[in-house]
Design a protein around this ligand. Sequence first.
Ligand code: TTP
Ligand code: MG
Length: 387
Amino acid sequence: MACLCRDCAHLIDADAASCTNCGSARLVTHPELLDLSIAHIDCDAFYASVEKRDDPALNDKPVIVGHPGGRGVVTTACYIARQYGPRSAMPMFKALQLCPQAVVIPPDMAKYRQASSQIRSLFLKATPLVEPVSLDEAYLDLSAGARLVDRAPAILLARLARAVEREVGVTVSVGLSYNKFLAKLASDRDKPQGFSVIGRAEATALLAPLPVTTIHGIGAATARRLAEAGITSVRQLQAMPEDALSARFGKFGRALAHLVHGEDRRRVVADRPTKSISVETTFSRDQSAYPALAAALEDLAGRLEQRLKRASLAGETVVLKLKTSDFHSLSRQSRLPHPTQRGDLILEHGLRLLGREADGRAFRLIGIGVDHMAPATAADPPDLFEA
Ligand code: TTP
Ligand code: MG
């Protein structure tokens, strides 16, 4: 049985009650601790943690990040606020009913992006195999140095978590396992400031009692269908032979048969390219008139152009997003002849798409984005006939 001190990253005797090197009581003990090398790291209440870092007066207060006012939604709530019920994606008015004393802070994306890239640089010091999933989470494959004692993945991870706390000022939760699915499951099991390990020997039994939505690829809709058939726990899926899963789930059935036993063949892929960039706005009052919607779109197209230029990216498909007053989301796409960064071109396509949807319905949100990304160098080839 191996035991690691999370504060000084020393390996110590497994039966010690506190670290024999530094005295800390923050220990992780697991029989497979030194055999596992795939990690998932996720920052704790990320946006709120960055805000607390920048204003220590907020430290002991419930903090909600999101646009204030009745119509915004919560992007995140700090762990103090969560005790009262507020959660990500909850309407702000509801979050404030649950926790009226919360301090509400509007999001500052530039700041979170900066913290995120700082965190990513620290990850890259531990391994080149870093796969970012969002601003605040990434998978790491630490197997390269795994056989060297001082490069054991668990040790690197303990050092990394401390480095992020010290240098960026936010805490993270670490999940360590032998594949991505279980590493992510692990990081979520012990939050905030967690370090959770799932080994091969325990995977099947650990998954058995969990709800089917635990499985990567089973979303709310599939879970509802399964529930109608009386299937709610992973244990029930574990009992089904692969053929039965394939009959029910088609192509996904085979992967599912492996996943329910904790097997996941996906690799950690370094630096997956950005798949899309978008911007959106929620109206303070629902809008149905075309001119008002078009004006909002023009604003957004300008912002999108700035975002694309900052990221040195271009997109070949324009995506218009609308949400009706009764929360029905729709998205419409238009393919361009070439990738673009130009706000005016994006707007032109966006307006055409909008023209087909603005039929008197009231909308609460409008957004525009691009996908099918390309590097800026491939954007907007000069038009021979335009000169
Ligand atoms: P998460 O990692 O899902 O949440 P979190 O970091 O706030 O909290 P946890 O400790 O549970 O990991 O998302 C990261 C950030 O993404 C979060 O700080 C805010 C943003 N976000 C939204 O804007 N909308 C959402 O619905 C969610 C879930 C997150
Ligand atoms: Mg997080």
